[in-house]
Each structure stands twice: as structure tokens, then as C-alpha cells.
Design a protein around this ligand. Structure first.
Ligand code: 5AD
Ligand code: SF4
Length: 438
């Protein structure tokens, strides 16, 4: 019996798919490489932007034909989209061949859902239940990296964002649970741990005792052995001095912060309910760089938020030129039903399109400049895997998070090597392994 999981969206979903895989493997299913060969097809969905949603409905439509060819095929829709208001109903009426609909907070019901589906009984539950990671196995797929959830959900309600509605309120995992998972992963040979949360910096506020995100970084930083600790995502309003100090204090905690700015205009930030100003963001960057001169700061930026003027957008470009992010995920604002920004005055599509092109060009220029400063220098890189876009090429990241391509034997996956940067083609770095130290 084969399973195939189609994962859409962010790392949170990638990691949820590892949990789904763990549950299915425990039930005797074996992973396969295409939906056509599957006995169970899982769609772990995303609804952050309309483009993701459209793609998923397209893929779901195609399943109808497969189901005709293989009536035993079980179809599962889970993840963020299934949690949106009205979507479970829509699937029931418009996609009746879907057997299971599950929400984001009740993956622990998957086993029962599949058993029901095997008996041709439909299963639909999108309640927010609480499950413990410890309640089921995980089939990890990203060695030498391992994802570890530290908190779920979000309380911030940025006015454009659907996440608080589909992932629920913030819940932190107990410190002892997180520590036990991290220690086990390191004992099992994982070389990079990435802590996951919608807002990692607010970790612990709902736990007993004086536990904060900095506490967690200190506890993990103190563990022995060579490994890397990364985390995402940080909200600028919550990134404390203690966290910056912990990154500075422990060599295992990477000099790398993902710090979404969203906009460079104070007025737009206010309308987005981000709770910081442009100046606050600049001041935070200065404080970070004062203590972490080699830090790599990455970000998310959105263009075309309702009422964004040309001047607001110019402020974003100006911020991008000054902050010098090592990379930026640039998005066109997408109108999400149920969010406050849905009823604000929208920007025409042509304007959004023109702005995203200019923003990407601006960030590419910055990335290129940073890449040039890295030429001929040696960086420690964790060999992560093959870069299948190129022949016999491996890739890995520097501590600051820059991806580097280089030639080496696949047996080195999971090892730290020193790589000298030979060439930079805009965002892509090419290097070769050297024996000299950085
Ligand atoms: N439209 C476009 N981008 C969005 N993001 C969140 N909501 C939306 C939306 N409605 C982006 C933000 C966030 C990232 C994960 O996705 O930049 O940081
Ligand atoms: Fe969405 Fe804002 Fe929460 Fe991030 S912090 S998940 S953008 S509401």
C-alpha cells in the first residue's frame, strides 16, 4: 500500500507532512513518488495567498479521474485550507470524491480517519484539538536538518493574514518536551535543528515558570557537540535583547535571523497592525548588527497592500537598499476573505505587478553586492544534499544562511566542510571545498 503527500506552503506544513508520513508508515503504508501509484493521496494545503488555493483546487480536480481508475484510492485534504470557514462544506459538495477532511489541530485523528475511509466511510473534522508531538512518530525527510515545533498558532492578527484564523491561538510546547526532542535528534545524528513557530519570539508566555524564547536558545546552545540551531519566524516587535545575546553567546546558534518587515512605510505598517514603525525596524537592525556583525538577515516583504501609495512603496525600496537583507521573499498582497484588509480599498493588479518587479530587481541588486563581498573567502558549510538542477552538484548553507553550490561526494552529506567562494551569479554562490580554515 503506497502513500503520496502533496505539500503546499511553508516549513510548518513540510514538518506536518513528516508527521502525516509517520502516522501512515506506522499503519503499513510505504512512500511512493507519484500520485498515480498511490493508494492514499494526501493534500496538505496552504491558503496564505489565492495562488496557492487555485493550484490546490486544480490538483484536486485532477484526482477525480484517478479515483475512477482506482476506486480504492483514498483522498485526504488537510492543512490550512481545510480549516478556512466554509471550505469543508465546499469540498463536500464540489469534490465529493474526497474521503477525509482534517484541520490543522487534529492530525492525531488521521489514523482513525484512514481506517474509516478504508471502510468507505467519510471522515470530516476541523475542530481545534490539542495533540502532543510525542503522541506519534515522525518520518523525517530533511536530514541533516530536523524541524522542531516550539509553538503553534498566532495571536498577532496582522490585518492581511489568514494564519490566526486557520492555525488558532498561540500555544507553546513545554520546554521539557522540546528539549527531549532536540536531544534525541542530536543523538540520532541530525546536524541542524530548525525551531518552528509562527512567532518564535513569543515562545513561553503561556507556560508556567519564567520561560522565554531566550531560555530555550540558552538551553539548546549549552548542549555539547557540533550542530547548528536555526529558528523561524521572528516578529520584529518581539525580538528581545536576550535573544540577540544568546545568538552571540553560543557558536551553535546560527548568526541568521528571518525578520519579516512586510513594508518600509510606517503608515502601511500601522494599517497592517504590525505594531512597529519604520524607525523601530531600523533601530532593531542596528542593535542586532552591533552585537552580531556577521549576521545574515532575511525577510518577507509584501507589495500592493490596500491603500499603498507610490510613496509608501518607495519607502519600502529605500528600506531594502539600506538594510541589505541577504535575501527577501517578495509577495504580492493577496486578498483573504475574513481578514480586516479584505474590506479596505484594493490596489489595481497592474500596479501590484509593476511594484513586485521593481522590488525583486532592487533586492537582486543588494544580494549581488553581498555575494561580491563573499568572493575568495572561506565559509563553513553544512553539506545538505544534492542540487538536482545541476550535474553532480551538492549544496549547503553558510552559518548566515546563504546557499552555496559545490562539487563533492554525496557521502559528505551531514558533514561540515570549508568552502571557498569562487563565483557568484547574482543570488547563487559557487565554491569549492578547501582544507584551509575560515
Ligand atoms: N498576501 C500576500 N502575502 C501574505 N503573507 C501573509 N499573508 C499574505 C497575504 N494575504 C506573507 C507575509 C508573511 C509570509 C509568510 O507570507 O509576508 O510573512
Ligand atoms: Fe500572519 Fe502576522 Fe501571525 Fe505572521 S505574525 S502568522 S503575518 S498574523
Amino acid at each position: 500500500m503506497n502513500y503520496f503527500i502533496h505539500t503546499y506552503g511553508c516549513q510548518m506544513n513540510v514538518h506536518d507532512s513528516e508527521k502525516i508520513a509517520g502516522i501512515l508508515e506506522e499503519m503499513g503504508y510505504v512512500v511512493c513518488d507519484s500520485v498515480e501509484k498511490a493508494d492514499i493521496a494526501v493534500f496538505n494545503t496552504c491558503c496564505i495567498r489565492e495562488t496557492a488555493e487555485k493550484k490546490i483546487y486544480g490538483h484536486l480536480g485532477a484526482i477525480k479521474k484517478l479515483k475512477r481508475q482506482n476506486p480504492r484510492l483514498i483522498t485526504v485534504v488537510c492543512g490550512c485550507m481545510s480549516q478556512q470557514e466554509g471550505v469543508a462544506e465546499k469540498i463536500k459538495t464540489s469534490y465529493p470524491f474526497v474521503d477525509v477532511v482534517l484541520g490543522t489541530g487534529n492530525l492525531n485523528l488521521l489514523k482513525q480517519a484512514v481506517l474509516d475511509a478504508q471502510k468507505k466511510k467519510k471522515f470530516c473534522n476541523v475542530d481545534f484539538l490539542r495533540y502532543r508531538e510525542e503522541d506519534f512518530l515522525q518520518a523525517r525527510t530533511s536530514y541533516p536538518n530536523a524541524w522542531v515545533n516550539i509553538n503553534y498558532g498566532c495571536n498577532n492578527f496582522c490585518t492581511y493574514c489568514i494564519v490566526p484564523y486557520v492555525r488558532g491561538r498561540e500555544r507553546s510546547r513545554p520546554l521539557t518536551d522540546v528539549m527531549a526532542e532536540v536531544e534525541k535528534l542530536l543523538a540520532d545524528g541530525y546536524k541542524e535543528i530548525t525551531l518552528l513557530g509562527q512567532n518564535v519570539n513569543s515562545y513561553g508566555h503561556d507556560l508556567d515558570g519564567n520561560v522565554s524564547f531566550a531560555t530555550l536558545l540558552n538551553e539548546i546552545g549549552k548542549l555539547s557537540g557540533k550542530f547548528r540551531l536555526r529558528f523561524m519566524t521572528s516578529h520584529p516587535k518581539d525580538l528581545s535583547e536576550d535573544v540577540i545575546d544568546a545568538i552571540a553567546a553560543y557558536p551553535n546558534v546560527c548568526n541568521n535571523i528571518h525578520l519579516p518587515v512586510q513594508s518600509g512605510s510606517t503608515e502601511i505598517l500601522r494599517k497592517m497592525n504590525r505594531r512597529y514603525t519604520r524607525d523601530d525596524y531600523f533601530a532593531l537592525i542596528d542593535r542586532i548588527r552591533a552585537k552580531l556583525p556577521d549576521v545574515g538577515i532575511t525577510t518577507d516583504i509584501m507589495v500592493g497592500f490596500p491603500e499603498e501609495t507610490e510613496q509608501d512603496f518607495e519607502d519600502t525600496l529605500d528600506l531594502v537598499r539600506h538594510v541589505k537583507f541577504s535575501s527577501a521573499f517578495c509577495f504580492v498582497y493577496s486578498r483573504r476573505k475574513g481578514t480586516p484588509a479584505y474590506s479596505m480599498e484594493q490596489i489595481p493588479y497592474e500596479v501590484k505587478k509593476e511594484r513586485i518587479t521593481r522590488l525583486i530587481a532592487c533586492q537582486n541588486e543588494v544580494t549581488k553586492q553581498i555575494s561580491q563581498t563573499m568572493l575568495k573567502k572561506v565559509y563553513e558549510v553544512l553539506v545538505e544534499g544534492e542540487n538536482f538542477r545541476y550535474d553532480q552538484t551538492m549544496c549547503g548553507r553558510t552559518e548566515s544562511g546563504r546557499l552555496v553550490n559545490f562539487k563533492c561526494d554525496p557521502s559528505l552529506i551531514g558533514q561540515f566542510v570549508n568552502v571557498k567562494i569562487d563565483r557568484a551569479t547574482s543570488a547563487t554562490l559557487w565554491g569549492s571545498i578547501v582544507t584551509e580554515d575560515k
